[in-house]
Design a protein around this ligand. Structure first.
Ligand code: FAD
Length: 641
């Protein structure tokens, strides 16, 4: 398909005017391009190499705690990564199972080649989307309109190959780690965005900094060496089996491409004092870690782990890179020392005492645009039609990139088609939390998603992303196909019926005892109450009341989760409604926010102290003030004043 596509289009677009141009075919760019086209915009994706579209630059995995929620939401909005994960996954597991289902983290180890090919074939067959190979040298922007001082307008792009400029109403930059990228290994530094790939043209960074006046910062990240599988003594590591059967990411899939028995295992091993010694001895040969740029705190290099927590043993996961790949990915061993020292280091781990390195680890430093300069639609506030998504906004991870890409794609298309911008709130999605955190708080280090960032996480569950987003995605946003919409409507209606059926099962306590003799039920009004008991499953209820409940067996797990969280979610909904109702409630101007005896973060206290909003509604609109902070404030004022 790729060859045929290249024969038809070569490296030139077939026209010179598009609604939307997406720069970069990474995780943000692919979702952005596909979403813009789904919304109805004639879209052009320009990326350095078509065959690296969908490449997994670092770990071959998708999802996890917080990140899995993002994948489910991208899928609910008809994005690509969930279905690609189901096609390419070779080891599926739900992380955090010991905690409640709201914070479960769907995750899969991926076959790199399958993932890349799936994304490429989806993009190359998307209606209204043209993909070309090329490097964007610069943006075309107009000077500010005297009537709107400070507002530039983007009008298109210029390619490095000297061809005619290409015009568009919107441009989305998703250049990842490529913006003025530099690669580090030992004491060598070379320009690059990823190993084997040149950095983005300096023109883009210069235009954003000098012409558009944007604040730009510098961040860094790194990747581990890839290890030859046959050289590892896996018997010395702990076997880690996948879930069987695997749970697909996509709401459209009932099973994954990989059959349960075809899944591959992962292995767990640990660092030794020898690893720490090698890191300490080679610090002077490691220029990446001597730089000022901030690295990812939650995915640190082995150097950072050892320096921050000396004397500890650290986990190293040995993960397969693909069904036919001869390589293992040692998660936890990202490193940037010279290659001979990398080899010495990994051989300090018993399972790798004879290991061979296929490709050494390396680090990358890159420019990012401080995201507080963006609107919640991910549009640069001072430049009409310019949108940014992904690592360029200071985030790290495929899932964070994909989520922003999709939302930037939607809004760039709507801008180009003269439709109003759409936003997602913190109370309805993790994507809303991610974007709100970025545009209202900014980043000081690479940002990644956690469930703890979402105040309303019991409502924002992986299992209900379709009900939260697919309907809105079709009815209000325009990025969801009617096929997916119809499926979501079917699910919504069936769940409503099933919940009504459960609520209609009203029995006295002795009668419940007769129906479920093994369960100790103290107080229950209806079937929904009974289903909240930890030792009652929907299957048990359905076999006790087959005529009423058996039509809904397909939704047994979802109904159980609904029952578990019902009380809490009802409460949250009421609190959100209460905040909306109390919008005009006055906040005393002399309130001592700094020492207020309520649960508020220091950041929230400082903002409230500085701004002193006059009403609760004004406080809700402050950047950096979360809905949870507002709830605490509301309770305090109603209780104490
Ligand atoms: P990318 O996936 O980087 O895609 C950018 C795309 O833009 C590329 O296809 C590139 O060719 C194209 N491009 C750039 N400039 C131009 C231009 N001027 N014209 C045309 N095309 C252009 N994430 C983690 O979560 N944990 C990690 O530990 C981690 N380590 C990493 C280590 C390394 C060395 C690298 C390179 C990345 C690492 N990542 C890590 C980050 C992860 O790869 C990114 O978060 C994710 O890929 C970001 O997606 P993106 O779409 O923003 O950018």
């Amino acid at each position: 398909l790729l060859q045929l596509y290249r024969q038809i289009f070569g490296s030139l677009p077939n026209k010179h005017q598009y609604d939307v141009i997406v720069v970069g075919g990474g995780h943000a760019g692919t979702e952005a391009a596909a979403a813009a086209a789904r919304v109805g915009a004639e879209t052009l994706l320009v990326t350095q190499k078509i065959h690296t579209i969908g490449a997994l630059s670092c770990n071959p995995s998708l999802g996890g705690v917080g990140k899995g929620q993002l994948v489910k939401e991208v899928d609910a909005l008809d994005g690509l990564c969930g279905r690609a994960g189901d096609w390419a996954g070779i080891h599926f597991s739900i992380l955090n199972r010991r905690k409640g289902p709201a914070v479960w983290g769907p995750r899969a180890q991926l076959d790199r080649e399958r993932y890349r090919k799936f994304i490429q074939s989806e993009l190359l067959s998307t209606p209204r989307l043209t993909v070309v190979e090329g490097s964007v040298e610069d943006l075309l922007v107009t000077e500010p309109n005297p009537e709107e001082p400070g507002h530039h307008k983007v009008t298109g792009i210029r390619l490095e190959n000297g061809s005619d400029p290409i015009s568009a109403s919107s441009v989305i930059l998703t250049t990842g780690t490529f913006l003025t990228g530099s690669l580090f290994m030992g004491q060598t530094m070379s320009p690059g965005g990823r190993i084997g790939d040149a950095p983005s043209s300096a023109g883009l960074s210069r235009t954003m900094r000098e012409r558009l006046g944007l604040r730009i910062g510098r961040l860094r990240t790194g990747t581990p060496p890839r290890i030859v599988k046959d050289s590892v003594d896996l018997a010395q590591a702990h076997l880690h089996l996948p879930d069987s059967p695997p749970t697909p990411f996509s709401f459209l899939n009932t099973h994954t491409r990989c059959k349960p028995e075809e899944q591959l295992p992962c292995y767990l091993t640990y660092t030794t004092p020898g690893v720490e010694r090698v890191v300490q001895e080679s610090l002077h040969l490691n220029c990446h870690i001597q730089q000022d740029a901030k690295g990812p705190r939650y995915c640190p290099s082995i150097e950072s782990r050892v320096l921050r927590f000396p004397g500890r043993k650290h986990q190293v996961w040995l993960e397969p890179e693909g069904v036919t790949s001869d390589l293992l990915y040692p998660q936890g061993l990202s490193m940037t020392m010279p290659p001979d020292i990398q080899l010495r280091l990994i051989r300090e781990i018993p399972a790798m005492h004879r290991a061979e390195i296929h490709t050494p680890g390396y680090g990358v430093q890159y420019d990012f645009v401080c995201p507080t300069q963006l609107s919640p639609a991910l549009q640069v506030k001072s430049t009409q039609g310019l949108f940014l998504a992904g690592q360029i906004n200071g985030t790290t991870g495929y899932e964070e990139a994909a989520a922003q890409g999709l939302w930037a794609g939607v809004n760039a298309a709507r801008w180009a088609l003269s439709m109003p911008a759409v936003t997602l709130s913190r109370t309805e999605s993790y994507i809303g939390v991610l974007i709100d955190d970025l545009v209202s708080r900014g980043v000081t280090e690479p940002y990644r998603m956690f469930t703890s960032r979402a105040e309303f996480r019991t409502s924002l569950r992986p299992d209900n992303a379709d009900l939260r987003l697919t309907l809105k995605g079709f009815e209000e946003v325009g990025c969801v196909s009617s096929l997916r919409y119809q499926e979501a409507v079917r699910v919504r209606d069936s769940l409503h019926e099933a919940l009504a059926a459960l609520q209609s099962l009203v029995l006295s306590s002795p009668n419940w005892k007769k129906k479920l003799p093994d369960i100790h039920i103290c107080e229950a009004k209806n079937g929904m109450d009974v289903l909240q008991y930890s030792d009652v499953s929907f299957e048990m209820l359905a076999s006790a009341f087959p005529e009423c409940l058996s039509p809904y067996m397909e939704f047994s797990q979802r109904l159980k989760i609904e029952a578990v969280y019902k009380r809490h979610c009802d409460l949250q909904r009421k609190e959100i409604a209460r905040i909306q109702k109390e919008e005009n409630m006055s906040l005393p101007q002399d309130m001592d926010y700094i020492s207020l005896p309520v649960s508020l973060s220091n950041e929230a206290r400082e903002i409230l102290d500085r701004v002193r909003p006059s009403t609760l509604g004004a406080a809700t609109r402050l950047q950096g003030i979360t809905p949870a902070a507002i709830v605490h404030l509301l309770h305090y004022v109603q209780r104490e004043l």
